[in-house]
Write a protein that binds this ligand. Structure first.
Ligand code: 5GP
Length: 243
């Protein structure tokens, strides 16, 4: 039982940190944010009490914010603190990453120092395929593999940059630098929606003053207590949230 739902025994899909279940409404799915935390394509794996709820709360907050800014998202409602009812989408197998500051894989692949502020936000896209290690993909490949048509690809990039504009400004007011983040999109009845999650697992966030990491890098690189960092973000973005 999750809020008003009796969760089916078996998920339709089990990701590394979320499980997706069918719902009584064929147009909706139920997403449970689990307490699992993984890094380096599942090589590192732990569980942290409350982690699912913290990420679900952040995701709900950002999806609602983006809807008010005109970005269609899959968010329908929360049915429990760690459980989100979402619109059923045909997911696009791409990880759309927006970067404002060089960090992570960008500094490994290219000769750019971590912390370099990029002249403008950069969109990079990975093909979502764990077995192949989510390789970077380009526009030509996306078109030739019929993952998206040209119009849809333009739309996805536009949406990603709009999300960046909204989130970057908001985080800045909260004393946090939005370094980079990953989005996933899906389609329903010809419309592209923002799907998946927007949480501390999928963003790189640095304290504006100290430069301290407040995201999954705390776990990836053993920088401290990841749950304390996630609570810190929630307290700053939603001052009246129960954290
Ligand atoms: P990078 O390419 O540096 O590994 O990641 C860039 C940004 O996208 C980071 O904020 C990172 O958290 C996010 N990201 C990239 N791939 C994934 C992924 O497979 N899962 C999640 N949750 N976030 C990702």
């Amino acid at each position: 039982m999750r809020g008003t739902f009796v969760i089916p025994a078996k998920p339709l899909y089990e990701g590394k940190a979320k499980s997706v279940y069918s719902s009584e409404n064929p147009d909706e799915l139920i997403v449970v944010f689990r307490n699992d935390m993984t890094a380096f394509n599942g090589v590192k794996h732990d569980q942290f009490t409350d982690k699912g709820r913290l990420n679900a709360t952040a995701s709900e907050f950002f999806m609602r914010m983006l809807e008010t800014e005109g970005i269609p998202t899959h968010f329908v409602r929360m049915s429990a603190p760690d459980t989100m009812v979402v619109r059923r989408l045909e997911m696009i197998p791409l990880e759309v990453i927006v970067r404002n500051i060089a960090a992570g894989s960008m500094t490994k692949k290219y000769p750019v120092d971590e912390g370099t502020v990029l002249d403008r936000p950069v969109v990079t896209i990975d093909y979502k395929d764990d077995e192949r290690g989510d390789p970077m993909i380009n526009d030509d490949l996306i078109l030739v593999f019929h993952i998206l048509n040209a119009e849809e690809l333009t739309k996805v990039k536009e949406m990603a940059l709009k999300v960046n504009k909204v989130l970057r400004g908001f985080f800045d007011e909260c004393g946090i630098t939005l370094v980079d983040f990953k989005l996933e999109f899906g389609k329903s009845a010809g419309t592209i929606y923002l799907g998946d999650e927007i949480s501390m697992d999928s963003m790189r966030l640095w304290d504006k003053v100290t430069g301290e990491s407040l995201d999954k890098d705390v776990y990836r690189f053993d920088k401290g207590d990841v749950i304390t960092a996630y609570r810190n973000v929630l307290k700053r973005i939603i001052p009246d949230a129960v954290v």
